[in-house]
Write a protein that binds this ligand. Sequence first.
Ligand code: 5GP
Length: 218
Amino acid sequence: MSEKKGKGKLIIVSGFSGTGKGTMISKLMERHPGKYAFSVSATTRKPRPGEEEGKDYFFVDHDRFEEMIAGDELLEHTSFSGNYYGTPAGPINKLLAEGQNIILDIEVTGMHQVTYRRSDTLTAFIVPPSEEELIRRLTGRGTESREQIVRRLTRATEEAAFAHEYACIIKNGDLEQSVDELEAYIETEKQDPRLHAENLRLTEDISNKLKRYISKEI
Ligand code: 5GP
């Protein structure tokens, strides 16, 4: 029996690549089975070990992706670190109409496109506790080359410039605590302004340190 009533919430979660936002989303969904649906994106990126077709992404080739763009099948799409990523529109419309809450793990330009179309979207930006931790997580994943990591870190500094546009900013140091914060934001649709300001300062600080790190790497 469904307990869902009224309109589903559309929740965008963005953040630097390697902040663990995917883990946060999985944890949140585990805590409340059936309460949230994950929007599975299409991408031209190759699967990482352990990633599943249709669960993590729909892995498609360039031609198929361009067909999806031409056919207006995507709610939004972007190019990120040399690959296409996009949100299939069909499932979103269907699930929202059923009153289901949907989580989108998308980057900043995707957030802009979705919020332009739907002003009632919730937006959360996830930051790592420090730049060292981010570099450690990205390097530890072992799936990207040095050049790709620098490219992702560069993109992180670009995304940091838009963190202030998100209604909620969360530091992902302790996983349970950051999931609590994400959940509280989704429930109340607000974040304590002092915490928002504090995490925005942290984002700017990390971004400045990353810029110095990148300039030494290239
Ligand atoms: P990754 O390659 O690490 O899985 O994802 C790279 C970035 O692309 C992440 O910041 C992720 O949030 C973003 N991303 C994943 N799917 C989509 C999508 O459908 N649209 C947009 N705009 N960004 C996406």
